[in-house]
Design a protein around this ligand. Structure first.
Ligand code: URA
Length: 211
C-alpha cells in the first residue's frame, strides 16, 4: 500500500499559496506567506494527536477538559535550507517540539543527493517526527532524508511540504510507503531541471533573496 497523501484544501491555504507562487511576490512577503501557510499545515498535520481528559477549574466551574495526551513528544526536522521557511510557523503552534536539521543538496547535473549536515535531539526515538521541506520535487532529498532519519528510530514520521510533483510523490511512496505526505497542492510535472511546474520557482532562493 502506498503512503497516504493528504492534500490540504483549506481556502486560506489555497489563497496564500497562490500569492506565494506569484513571480511578483518578493522575499519579505514570500517569507511571511510561507510562515502563515506553515501554521495552517501544522494545524492539519496535528489533527490526529491523542487527547487526555483532566479536571480543570474555570472561573465558573470544574470540568473535565481535553488536553494533549503527550504535548512534549514531537520533533520537527527541517531539510535545509528551504525547510527553515516552515519551521518557525510550526514551532509557534507546537512550541514544545524539539528541532532537528538535515542538510542535503542536489548535485545539479545528476540531481542526486549529498548529505552535508545532520543534527538531531538525543531522544528522537521517543518522539513523533515531522519532516518539513516546502518542495517535494524529484523526491530524492525527501527519500534520502527519511532514509537517514529512520536510522534514529522516531516513533512515527510524517512528511510535510507545500507543493508536490506527481513524480516526487510516486518516488517517495515507493521508498517510504509507511510515511504519509501532507501537501497543500499537487502540481503538474517536473521540468528537465527538476523544478515543479507551475510551482513557485526555487523556494530557498525566494525565501532568502539569493537570486
Ligand atoms: N526545489 C525548489 O525549490 N523548487 C522546485 O521547483 C523544485 C525543487
Amino acid at each position: 500500500m502506498p503512503s497516504e497523501v493528504v492534500q490540504i484544501n483549506h481556502p486560506l491555504v489555497q489563497h496564500k499559496l497562490s500569492l506565494l507562487r506569484q513571480e511578483s511576490t518578493h522575499t519579505q512577503d514570500f517569507r511571511r506567506l510561507l510562515k502563515e501557510i506553515s501554521l495552517l499545515l501544522a494545524y492539519e498535520v496535528t489533527r490526529d494527536l491523542p487527547l487526555k481528559y483532566e479536571v480543570i477549574k474555570t472561573p465558573l466551574a470544574e470540568m473535565k477538559a481535553p488536553l494533549l495526551a503527550a504535548d512534549k513528544n514531537m520533533v520537527i526536522v527541517s531539510i535545509m535550507r528551504a525547510g527553515q521557511g516552515l519551521l518557525d510557523g510550526m514551532l509557534e503552534l507546537i512550541p514544545t517540539a524539539k528541532v532537528g536539521h538535515i542538510g542535503l543538496y542536489r548535485e545539479p547535473n545528476t540531481l542526486t543527493v549529498v548529505e552535508y549536515y545532520l543534527k538531531l535531539p538525543h531522544d528522537v526515538d521517543q518522539r513523533e517526527m515531522l519532516v518539513v521541506d516546502p518542495m517535494l520535487a524529484t523526491g530524492n532529498s525527501a527519500v534520502a532524508a527519511v532514509d537517514r532519519l529512520k536510522e534514529a528510530n522516531p516513533l512515527s514520521i510524517k512528511f510535510v511540504c507545500v507543493l508536490a510533483a506527481p513524480e516526487g510523490i510516486q518516488h517517495f511512496q515507493e521508498q517510504h510507503p509507511d510515511v504519509p505526505i501532507y501537501t497543500a497542492a499537487i502540481d503538474d510535472y517536473l521540468d528537465e531541471h527538476g523544478y515543479i511546474v507551475p510551482g513557485l520557482g526555487d523556494a530557498g532562493d525566494r525565501l532568502y533573496g539569493t537570486k
